[in-house]
Design a protein around this ligand. Structure first.
Ligand code: GUN
Length: 299
């Protein structure tokens, strides 16, 4: 029997723990956890994501502030907002939604966020802590943190002796995911578009994590029987069977066929997706505990 991971349920239990942690901190110190979310321009998908993040922050009992800036915002105006949020003690977490409009450079903005408020885990200080094995004092990028929670629920905290293959080498996901797996003692391979014989590399994986952005690329014969498969892809493809012009979401894994070979698999939608927001809330309450000089909860 294949286990299909219920990302919504796992995310809901993280959110319950975040709510309790935020309430506990407020009761003890009088301090409310604060998250500032910044969005520039009118990209509809980004507005949907940011709206969901702001709403979830409120639901967690946070002080949730959304800064919606016009598409004409200059680099200096955005940098100046980040400076103000860095200096504001009521703000524990700062998230600048990406991508920014084309005329703005995202890297200097992301790197100007104080590392202790970088709840996206994108600052080089946080990436560097993860890379050097410090999982205690930095903040970990939300999607890999969420995917890792699935891995830990399946295999426990110690992955000694297990082969993990991460397909994709982005700074946002592939690299931090590989480092989390390595920290948990897995033997890790990072595969990508230039890898020779990708199917056979994947077939060696006890834990296969796909984050390539290609709809249903991972086929059943890429999966080792009994493996754990985590699908991080979100691809919108035409779905004429649902009517003209309709679309549907699929992952990077051909779910139906791979589910017959894997022993544990995460679906799309309803897998890693809901975990990203949950781990953002977890990072924000962790940042709030640290700012108050308290030992942060673990998620
Ligand atoms: N755009 C899409 N995903 C993300 C994310 O996780 N963080 C930020 N800041 N922007 C995004």
């Amino acid at each position: 029997m294949t286990t299909i991971i219920d990302g919504k349920q796992v995310a809901a239990s993280v959110i319950e723990a975040v709510k309790a942690a935020a309430a506990g901190l407020e009761a003890e110190t009088g301090k409310k956890t604060g998250l500032a979310v910044v969005i520039v321009g009118d990209d509809p998908a980004s507005h949907t994501y940011v709206g969901a993040k702001s709403r979830m922050a409120k639901e967690c009992g946070f002080n949730s502030i959304q800064h919606t800036l016009s598409v004409e915002t200059t680099q200096e105006e955005l940098a100046s907002l980040v400076r103000a949020l860095n200096e504001d003690p009521s703000v524990n977490g700062i998230l600048v939604q990406l991508p920014l409009p084309k005329h703005l450079k995202s890297d200097p903005i992301i790197q100007s966020i104080l590392p202790e408020k970088d709840v996206d885990g994108l600052h080089i200080a946080n990436a560097g802590k993860l890379a050097t094995g410090d999982l205690e004092t930095g903040l970990i990028s939300c999607t890999p943190a969420g995917a890792m929670l699935f891995v830990r629920q399946t295999h426990g905290d110690d992955l000694s002796g297990l082969n993990a293959v991460v397909v994709g080498r982005s700074n946002l996901f592939g690299k931090p995911m590989a480092q989390l797996l390595l920290n948990a003692n897995a033997t890790v391979t990072i595969a990508h578009s230039r890898t020779k014989d990708l199917p056979s590399v994947c077939r060696n994986a006890d834990i296969l994590v796909a984050a390539v952005g290609r709809p249903e690329m991972v086929k059943a014969n890429w999966v080792k029987p009994g493996a754990t498969v985590i699908d991080v892809g979100i691809n919108r493809i035409p779905a004429p069977e649902r009517g003209e012009g309709r679309t549907r979401l699929v992952g990077d894994v051909a779910f139906a066929e791979c589910a017959k070979v894997a022993s544990v698999i995460s679906p799309v939608p309803g897998g890693v997706g809901p975990m990203t927001i949950a781990m953002l809330m977890a990072n924000t309450v962790i940042a709030a505990y640290r700012a108050a000089g308290k030992v942060a909860p673990r998620f």
